[in-house]
Ligand binder design. Structure first.
Ligand code: SF4
Length: 425
C-alpha cells in the first residue's frame, strides 16, 4: 500500500537520524511547496510579503493562484515547537495550493500541517520598519531592496533580465525573464534595471533603521553582449563600488555573476565585492551542456570551472561560493532516475571544489512552470537527505570554515531559507 505523504517523510526522518529532523522537514517543504488556508493568508497580510526578489520560486503560475497568493503569501515561514519540540527553522515560501504542507489558523494560532498531522507552530516575518519609508521615485522599498533570510540578507537584483533568453539558451531550470513578464502582467511595478541612485537611497533608509541585515547580494541576469554600453563585470562592479564608497563595510557585499577571468575578478574585488558566487548550477559533464546551453556556448564547462579555481586566488577560496541547483540533475526530461547515481555525480563536484578550500553551496531546485524544463515533481526527498549527508561529510573532511555571509550555522540558528545546507553544518 502506498504510504501517505507524512508517513513517508517520517520514515525518512527515522532512517536519516544523523540529520536534524528540522532539516528533513525543511527540504520536503521546499520540494513540495506550501499551501495556505484562507485564514492563514489573511493573517499574512500584516507581515512581510513575498517580494519576488529574482525568480518566481513558485510551483504554479500566478494565473492559477486562486487566492492571489502572489500578493499575499509571506516571504518565509519559521516553524518551531509542536509535539516534537522542533527548533526554529526558516523556510522560503514556494506557493503550491496542492502541497501536503499547509499553514492553517487554529484557535487563533498559525500552525503547520502535513496532511492532517499537526507539526508545529508557525511565525511569519514582521514587515521591517524601513519598508515603510517613502522612496523619492515613488517605488516601494521592498521592490528596490527586498530583504530575505529573516532579515539577514538584502537582495539587490539590479538587472531583472538575462540575455541568454534572447537566443532561447537560458539555463533550463530558470524562469527569470518569464517571471519578469508574468509579474508585469499581474501589475507588479518591476523595472528591468534598477538605478544606482535608487539602490543607494534604499540602503540609506535601511542603514538608518536596521541592525539585522549583515550582507547584501548584487545580482541579475547574465550580460552577454552589453547592457546600455557596458559589459557584465563593469555593470555589476559599478553598483558594488558605489555601495562600498557610501557605506564602507556596513554589509558584506556578495555578487552572483558569471565565471570571470582573473583580471575581471580583480576588478570585481576592487569594487568592494567580498564574496563571489560564480554559480556552476550542475556538476555533471554530460548534463551541463543540456541544462546550461548558454553558459556552454559562451564560456564552456571546463573554462567555467577553471575560472572558479582561478578566482580563489583573487578572493581567497573561502570567499568563492559557487551555487549548484540541487536536484536538477534528476529532472525527468533527461536527468538521472537513480538517486545514488545522481548523488555520486554531484558529490564529485563537492569533492573537487571543497578539496581546494572553495565552498560550494546549494539551493533546492524548484521546478517552476515557466522554466524550460517545465512543471514536474521535484526529486525525491531521499535525494535531498543523501545530499545533506554528503555535503556535511565532505565539508567536515576538508575542515572548511563556516561560510561567510550566510549567518549562523546549525539547526535552530540557520537563516538560509532555500536549502538546509546551513542547518546541517
Ligand atoms: S545565467 Fe542562467 S540561471 Fe542565471 S539568469 Fe541567466 S538563464 Fe537564469
Amino acid at each position: 500500500m502506498k504510504l501517505k505523504h507524512f508517513e513517508s517523510v517520517s520514515k525518512l526522518a527515522d532512517q536519516f537520524s544523523d540529520l536534524p529532523i528540522e532539516a528533513v522537514f525543511k527540504q520536503d517543504i521546499l520540494r513540495e511547496g506550501l499551501s495556505f488556508s484562507p485564514d492563514s493568508l489573511r493573517i499574512a497580510s500584516g507581515y512581510k510579503p513575498k517580494d519576488y526578489f529574482i525568480f518566481s520560486f513558485d510551483l504554479i503560475p500566478i494565473a492559477e493562484m486562486q487566492q492571489e497568493e502572489h500578493l499575499r503569501a509571506p516571504e518565509e515561514i519559521q516553524f518551531r515547537g509542536g509535539s516534537r519540540d522542533l527548533l526554529p527553522t526558516i523556510v522560503s515560501v514556494r506557493v503550491n495550493p496542492n502541497s501536503p504542507w499547509q499553514v492553517r489558523l487554529q484557535e487563533g494560532q498559525l500552525r503547520l500541517y502535513c496532511e492532517e498531522e499537526e507539526i508545529s507552530e508557525v511565525l511569519y516575518h514582521p514587515v521591517p520598519a524601513y519598508y515603510k519609508r517613502q522612496m523619492s521615485n515613488g517605488k516601494a522599498l521592498g521592490e528596490v531592496a527586498p530583504v530575505i533570510e529573516w532579515g539577514y540578507l538584502i537582495y539587490l537584483t539590479v538587472y531583472r533580465m538575462c540575455q541568454y533568453f534572447n537566443r532561447e539558451e537560458q539555463c533550463q531550470f530558470c524562469d527569470l525573464n518569464r517571471n519578469y513578464e508574468q509579474q508585469r502582467k499581474a501589475g507588479r511595478p518591476y523595472t528591468a534595471v534598477k538605478s544606482e541612485a535608487e539602490i543607494l537611497e534604499a540602503l540609506l533608509y535601511i542603514k538608518e533603521e536596521d541592525t539585522v541585515a549583515k550582507a547584501l547580494t548584487i545580482t541579475g541576469g547574465s550580460i552577454i553582449e552589453n547592457l546600455r554600453g557596458e559589459g557584465e563585470v563593469s555593470f555589476y562592479a559599478r553598483y558594488a563600488k558605489a555601495i562600498q564608497e557610501q557605506f564602507s563595510d556596513r554589509w558584506i557585499i556578495k555578487a552572483v555573476v558569471q565565471a570571470f577571468t582573473r583580471d575581471d575578478c580583480k576588478l570585481l574585488k576592487d569594487s568592494g565585492v567580498r564574496i563571489y558566487h560564480p554559480n556552476y548550477e550542475v556538476w555533471d559533464p554530460k548534463l551541463f551542456p543540456l541544462i546550461c546551453p548558454g553558459k556552454t556556448r559562451v564560456i564552456g564547462r571546463d573554462e567555467w570551472i577553471a575560472r572558479i579555481v582561478d578566482s580563489a586566488e583573487v578572493f581567497g577560496p573561502e570567499c568563492v561560493i559557487p551555487n549548484f541547483v540541487a536536484g536538477v540533475e534528476m529532472n525527468q526530461n533527461y536527468g538521472y532516475s537513480d538517486v545514488e547515481e545522481a548523488i555520486s555525480s554531484t558529490k564529485a563536484g563537492l569533492e573537487f571544489f571543497m578539496s581546494k578550500g572553495i565552498m560550494p553551496r546549494f539551493t533546492s531546485w524548484c521546478p517552476e512552470p515557466h522554466a524550460k524544463l517545465g512543471p514536474q515533481p521535484a526529486p525525491p526527498l531521499l535525494y535531498f537527505c543523501r545530499l545533506l549527508q554528503e555535503f556535511r561529510d565532505t565539508f567536515r573532511k576538508y575542515q572548511l570554515p563556516e561560510p561567510i555571509g550566510y549567518g549562523p550555522v546549525g539547526a535552530g540558528k540557520a537563516v538560509f531559507s532555500v536549502s538546509a545546507f546551513m542547518d546541517v553544518l
